[in-house]
Design a binder for this molecule. Structure first.
Ligand code: NI
Length: 169
């Protein structure tokens, strides 16, 4: 297993649209293991392959308090979303230190494959539903700050570019 570098907004690679995983093989299983390790190390609740510069439809999530319930979603597809929506405070490992409000569906049902290539359906609500929607956006090249006003987004961009520059200095 290895820790993978996480792309940081406004890195243009975060806007790449991911392709479907062609085959759940040893390469994908190794990527899943690395992504889980990277997510736990960064204390995140979700990580999309896009964020580690791999542009295939793969997500890892763990919203459990004990950090012992990993969920792997390969080629996830939305089957249903609730009409009811909710405003949630969101953050992202690719947008460090920034939290803001995003509207999401309360509940969602998806189908995906797990790391063994088994098809599964997941019905989610609450934090898990929010997390799945956030991570699936990453696979479409969308970062949560794109739901915010252009003014807010530009402030975030400036702040993160400056932080990166200071980090390098
Ligand atoms: Ni994110």
């Amino acid at each position: 297993m290895a820790l993978l570098p996480i792309l940081c907004y406004p890195d243009p690679r975060l806007h790449t649209v991911a392709k479907p995983v062609a085959q759940v093989d040893a390469r994908i299983q190794s990527l899943v293991a690395d992504m889980l390790q990277t997510m736990y190390e960064a204390q995140g609740i979700g990580l999309a392959a896009t964020q580690v510069d791999v542009h295939e439809r793969l997500i890892v999530i763990d919203v459990s308090e004990d950090r012992d319930s990993p969920m792997v979603l390969i080629n996830p597809r939305v089957l249903w979303v609730s009409e009811q929506t909710h405003v949630n405070e969101e953050g992202c490992l690719s947008v460090p230190g920034i939290y803001d409000s995003v509207v999401r569906h309360d509940a969602i049902r998806i189908e995906a494959m797990d790391e063994k290539g088994q098809r599964r359906e997941v019905q989610a609500q609450g934090l898990l539903a929010v997390c799945i929607q956030h991570e699936m956006d990453h696979l479409l090249g969308k970062v949560f700050v794109e739901y915010l006003s252009p003014l807010k987004r530009n402030r975030i961009k400036t702040k993160l570019v400056k932080a990166k520059r200071e980090e390098r200095a």
